[in-house]
Design a protein. Structure first.
Length: 428
RNA sequence: GUGGGCGUAGCUCAGCUGGUUAGAGCGCCUGACUGUGGCUCAGGAGGUCGGGGGUUCAAGUCCCCUCGCUCACCCCA
């Protein structure tokens, strides 16, 4: 492949107009849905102090940071996720803000890792968060936004589903099964990886690392596989702590059901999420076929704002990346064909009409229309029409000596080919 | 970080076991068509065969290195 002297950095994308149109298609849908739910848009710096991520996000993210030392000897990182920045921004000003705070953003995020399908070193991620509301209704609202973001792009219940769980419930279930308190993080880690692990390995790991008995392990695995609230209720519903968590989850699922989004939601105790800061309900959105990576992930993180030095505020939110989503949309034929669009293309039949054509073009632009014309003044009418066609003009205004003499121009509709005359007085 | 596959025109690709001036389709440019686009026809431009080194009389083709892409692992925004 002929290469220019400078190559693009690996894992980064160029966005020529056709590609940018696809990206915008997605981002504009995200924005429409966010605003429909009453969220306000914000942004932060793409470069942050390294330590913002080191303790807060867990080792998983830190190992993949795109970080370096700047000229001021500061350890910095390109942001790998938005939530820590949000926490910092709110830490500075949330005390004076009315709650709940509903904010969204579509930042470009970065990671340093070898790229593969659905994962580059850079992507755009839709972040939606509700801060300052502990009610489970906030959790439901946030998941509803995520689901509607995908619906807005044409995806339905046959295309994707949300798998939801609650870390508090999982914690109580694990305690009930007999996992020791200090083994809980280990057990969480194993369950998070369960689906990517062979059965016997999962079993062996639970036995060894989570220090579970053989019968308990089998019981737990069976429960996780059953993927139903009823199974949990049947086995542990009589335990007060479990029952309380089940009640909250039922309320959550009920809210989504009431919104008419029940078909998209499925309880699944195996959803844990890798990030360390999640504290409650967590969820992930997957394509139905299970062929792609998770499209979206999120959950409740009630301690994070405190951790970065802010007001202790409960929070819930999600991130949805553009790369996997773009793949899914392409697969389903839901990406729009790229086309150029122009309201008018002004043709001067000969250079003598050039000044008049420029005047018309500018008048129309002042009125808000998109207008172009051939920059080379000496092009023939044929070439100008070809150019008009290429640029996607809806209508071509032909400015010629005969028409000018009669005080008008010819307006040619480029789709039908039909022509009509417009008085010059209407165009200047 | 580990392993597999792949790099030929702007794009998609063809080039048999090494053998003359490296091809096709699409796109682009020009003309047929100096006041009417799409369609058609004719012509044209465009390649250090990713880069470097080696083997050979001869390398797009074989070998080594390197860069990039891609898939998987690790991990998972």
């Amino acid at each position: 492949m002929a290469t220019s002297a400078f190559q693009r950095l690996p894992g980064f994308r160029d966005f020529p107009p056709e590609e940018l149109a696809l990206r915008s298609h997605i981002q504009e849908a995200w924005r429409r849905v966010s605003r429909r739910y009453g969220f306000q848009e914000y942004d932060g710096p793409p470069l942050e102090p390294l330590e913002l991520y080191v303790e807060k996000s867990g080792a998983e993210i830190v190992g993949q940071l795109y970080n370096f030392t700047d000229k001021g000897e500061r350890e910095v990182a390109l942001r790998p996720e938005m939530t820590p920045s949000l926490a910092r921004i709110l830490g500075d000003r949330s005390r004076g803000m009315s709650k709940p705070i509903r904010w969204f953003s579509t930042p470009q995020l970065f990671r340093y890792e070898r790229q593969q399908r659905g994962r580059l070193r850079e992507h755009f991620q839709w972040n939606v968060d509700i801060v300052g509301e502990e009610d489970v209704a906030a959790d439901a609202e946030v998941l509803a936004v995520a689901i509607d973001g995908l619906r807005e792009l044409g995806l339905g219940p046959d295309d994707f589903r949300a798998r939801v769980s609650d870390r508090r419930l999982l914690r109580e279930v694990l305690l009930a099964v007999g996992v020791e308190e200090e083994r809980l993080p280990t057990a969480f880690g194993i369950i998070d990886k369960l689906e990517r692990m062979p059965r016997d390995k999962a079993r062996a790991t639970l036995l060894k690392d989570a220090k579970l008995g053989s019968a308990e392990t089998d019981g737990l695995l069976e429960l996780l596989d059953s993927a139903g609230l009823d199974a949990v209720r049947a086995r542990f519903g009589d335990r007060g702590a479990v029952a309380a968590e089940l009640a909250r989850l039922a309320q959550y699922l009920g809210a989504l059901e009431a919104m008419g989004l029940g078909a998209f939601v499925q309880f699944d105790l195996r959803i844990v999420r890798g990030l360390a800061y999640y504290t409650g309900i967590v969820f992930e959105l997957f394509d139905r076929k299970g062929a792609l990576r998770a499209i979206c992930g999120g959950g409740r993180y009630d301690r994070l704002l405190e951790l970065v030095g802010g007001e202790p505020l409960p929070a819930v939110g999600f991130g949805m990346g553009d790369v996997v989503l773009g793949e899914l949309l392409a697969e389903r034929g839901l990406l729009p064909a790229y086309e150029r669009a122009l309201d008018y293309f002004v043709v001067a039949v000969s250079p003598e009409q050039r000044a008049q054509a420029l005047r018309i073009a500018h008048t129309l632009r002042d009125r808000g229309s998109s207008v172009a014309y051939a920059l080379k003044a000496e092009l023939g009418v044929t070439k100008q029409l070809k150019a008009a066609d290429r640029e996607g003009a809806k209508e071509v205004l032909i400015v010629g000596p005969d028409e000018l003499a009669r005080g008008c121009v010819v307006a040619k509709n480029m789709e039908s080919g039909g022509e009509r005359e417009i008085a010059l007085s209407e165009l200047t």
